[in-house]
Design a protein around this ligand. Sequence first.
Ligand SMILES: C[S@@+](CC[C@H](N)C(=O)[O-])C[C@H]1O[C@@H](n2cnc3c(N)ncnc32)[C@H](O)[C@@H]1O
Length: 506
Amino acid sequence: MSSRMPVPDAEATDLVEALRDDLVVADYTVEHVAELLGQGASAALHREQPLPARRALAGSDDPVATMVRFFTLGETHTLDALDAAFPSLRAKGLERLGLAVPADSGLRSAVDLRPYGDENSSWWLASDLSELATGSVLATDHVLGIGGASTTLARWTPRREVASALDLGTGCGVQAVHLAGHVQHIVATDLATRALDFVRFNAALNRLPLEVLAGSMLEPVAGRRFDLVVSNPPFVITPRAEGMPGYEYRDGGAVGDAVIRDLVRSVGDHLEPGGIAQFLGNWEMSEGHGFEQVWTEWLEGTGLDAWVVQREVQDPFEYAELWARDGGAGVNSPEYGAMYAAWLDDFAARGVESIGFGIVTLQRPETERDPLVDLMDERGPVASAMGPTIDAGLRARSWLAQTSDDDLLDGTWQAAPDVTEERHTKPGADDPSVIMIRQGGGLGLAIQADTVLAAFLSVCDGSMSARTALVAIASLVGVPDDEVIAGTLPLLRRLIANGMLERVQG
Ligand SMILES: C[S@@+](CC[C@H](N)C(=O)[O-])C[C@H]1O[C@@H](n2cnc3c(N)ncnc32)[C@H](O)[C@@H]1O
């Protein structure tokens, strides 16, 4: 579908600077918007319910109220009202920049422009107007704003200071703006030309130097390597059936989950030694071909370390409902029914029984060694910022890959401060029937411990080596040392990999 709305003009540099001035002076920030809306209306807006926000902002003469009503809620404003809210850019500047179009009594917004931030920085991001603002089904060339998947990826990205990074399928540039805080040179790519116009505009508005390249998946960066590749790619499994809308923002055009499989198999060529690729994805699972089988096949021969965390599993019905609804087709519309059926037929044709979703972290090992693969099915609550967990977990896994069992046993260890033990004892019994070791932060892991592991953690205060502790426990429980050590080592490696056991530097 051709573009039906203008895209913002990044080349009109003076006007972009005037807009920036207006946004700064008005204090168009996440915090200020939240304050004006209040908690309930903010949450309702998040659920795509604009009414409470309209009521909260009605009558306010704060320029930020006008900005939210104009850019997010899609309300038409008079030229005078816009001149007052944008004193540097003025209403005519909004139109000239491609941010507004004439409407009955003034102008209405052509784009969504909203503040966005993390603990360290704040930005503004322009994207296409949402269904909430337009009241209509999304166009197939819709450029997505900040969505749940965008923030999930941003929260899981390890933020090491590095020289180069690639944001593949940048859209309006959500990941790219985060990268600007810790990466010297950022390349942002997309297949969609409208997305590239938005990302150029957002880079100019936020004064961020981005190298913007057009093309499919890794083609625009042929022959180039990066320290970090991040991607919220078009991973949605889409039937290649007549009448299915081909949304550019979610559909990579392949059959089944091939977009993600191909990315796994090709991204290693674009990573520096020690370089990391992190992306979201879906994978199809069938009888005898579950999470572990799919990923073992995909990773074979790549030479990459892999840490895949499966966060969600849906059946074909749930998947079809989610994505048939996503473009804005009402659940009672004929389009919705046709799409639902097409998804079910498509999954049935390949015998797909369930679809996994998760976060994939791949690493090119710094030195020649066997790759380390960790496939975790962890669907429970996790810390809100997972980047530090991934960063520390990759370092721990790299260390483990190069460390012999003997060296590990000679080290001294202690439980991390967020580790607690939970004992479940049947009424009247002396000994617990279940002991759980719980992680307070990060992935929030819960690991069932046997008596040996529980005893090990209780004596593990950094005063003796792991070997000394295990040998002492072996004699207490009357089991040969070798047996206790061999039985406990995999658990120790698991605890170390996930930051639940910390090395005490001696
Ligand atoms: C789910 S959106 C992600 C946008 C943004 N990076 C984020 O995190 O929210 C996927 C993006 O991939 C782009 N895309 C679709 N097919 C592509 C392809 N073959 N190669 C590169 N990008 C593609 C879409 O235009 C869209 O901007």
